[in-house]
Design a protein around this ligand. Structure first.
Ligand SMILES: NC(=O)c1ccc[n+]([C@@H]2O[C@H](COP(=O)([O-])OP(=O)(O)OC[C@H]3O[C@@H](n4cnc5c(N)ncnc54)[C@H](O)[C@@H]3O)[C@@H](O)[C@H]2O)c1
Length: 311
């Protein structure tokens, strides 16, 4: 299989690239590498992955890259991922997350790609009335980031309708694991692991009773690979269906906390129902949160001692 991963140097993308190569795929990565994360691809490059250093919003470059790679499946993960940044600069967020998705879809259509998958988010639901949240719940984002991802989902459906490209958006809960940058959407695990590794207190906003659905990156990679090989279209949750409070998270990581005032507008509970993905393409998360956290902490400790090489 020829696969192309946008954002393949990132946290989730680099794990996906490693797994696709291990499966025997011919892999092309498209990433602008602006965050100095090219070292995540060291292994993949050594094992034959092609890396195109480019911005997904540049349509001419995308057309060339996709024509050269002739992928059968595209995993579109490149995005502006910072919710707070999206609030400060919604236009920049939309430019990358909507404009970049349109360019990727157009290049995919032009190159005759069979299937495109999008990395979407629980953020499209905003603060949903029902927990765990199913895909039938209204799309009602509360941030420019959630809105740009909802628009990107809509673009996938449009290209499916107009051009017959098979598309699927995976609405991921809070993904965590090795290689995660502490500034990301699910930065809390990376931040708490960093605090645990340094023996510092982790900052907790509010009473710590907020819940999130933490899903291990290895399970997310399996979801992308299984979904990529299926013909399922539309939008599906990728999650554990289990809520963990931030206090439970701190306790599992053995990190002491320092309490700060609650942040305005923070969602109290977030948990997605993963049943539909199980029914539609036979996937479920298999990593228990304690095991995933132990692996993430182990990686953080190892990397505290040995800083990552330059990109
Ligand atoms: N981490 C989570 O919990 C989570 C949850 C839901 C959805 N997502 C989505 O999953 C995807 C991957 O997230 P991640 O946590 O691995 O983030 P990440 O920042 O580690 O990875 C994103 C990658 O995209 C690249 N990129 C960003 N803008 C680009 C552009 N304009 N052109 C080319 N490359 C560009 C970055 O260099 C980076 O390598 C994103 O689309 C994100 O919105 C993540």
């Amino acid at each position: 299989m020829r696969s192309l991963v946008t954002g393949g140097a990132g946290f989730i993308g680099s794990h996906l690239v490693d797994a696709l190569i291990a499966r025997g795929d011919q892999v092309t990565v498209v990433d602008h590498l602006q965050r100095g994360n090219g070292h995540n691809l060291a292994d993949a490059r050594a094992r034959g992955a092609s890396v195109v250093r480019a911005d997904v919003t540049e349509i001419a470059t995308m057309l060339d890259a996709f024509r050269a790679a002739r992928p059968q499946v595209v995993f579109h993960l490149a995005a502006q991922i910072d919710v707070r940044r999206s609030v400060e600069d919604p236009a920049a967020d939309a430019y990358v997350n909507i404009g970049g998705t349109a360019a990727v879809l157009e290049a995919a259509r032009d190159a005759g790609v069979e299937r495109v998958l999008l990395a979407s988010t629980a953020g499209v639901y905003g603060d949903p009335a029902r927990i765990p949240t199913t895909e039938g719940e209204p799309v009602a984002p509360l941030s420019p980031y959630g809105t740009s991802k909802a628009a990107a989902e809509s673009y996938l459906r449009l290209f499916s309708r107009l051009h017959g490209v098979s598309t699927l958006s995976l609405r991921m809960a809070n993904v965590y694991g090795p290689r995660q940058d502490p500034h990301g959407e699910a930065g809390v695990v990376a931040i708490f692991c960093g605090a645990a590794a340094k023996g510092r207190r982790a900052r907790l906003f509010g009473d710590g009773g907020q819940t999130r659905d933490f899903i291990y990156v290895g399970d997310v990679v399996e979801a992308f690979m299984t979904a990529g090989a299926s013909t399922v279209e539309g939008e599906l949750n990728v999650s554990t269906g289990r809520e963990t409070t931030l206090l439970e998270l701190a306790s599992a990581l053995g990190v002491r906390t320092e309490t700060l005032p609650a942040r305005a507008g923070e969602i109290r509970r977030s948990c997605l129902d993963p049943s539909a993905a199980g029914e539609r393409f036979g996937w479920r998360a298999r990593t228990a949160v304690d095991d995933g956290l132990a692996r993430t902490l182990e990686w953080t400790l190892a990397n505290e001692r040995a800083p990552a090489p330059a990109s």
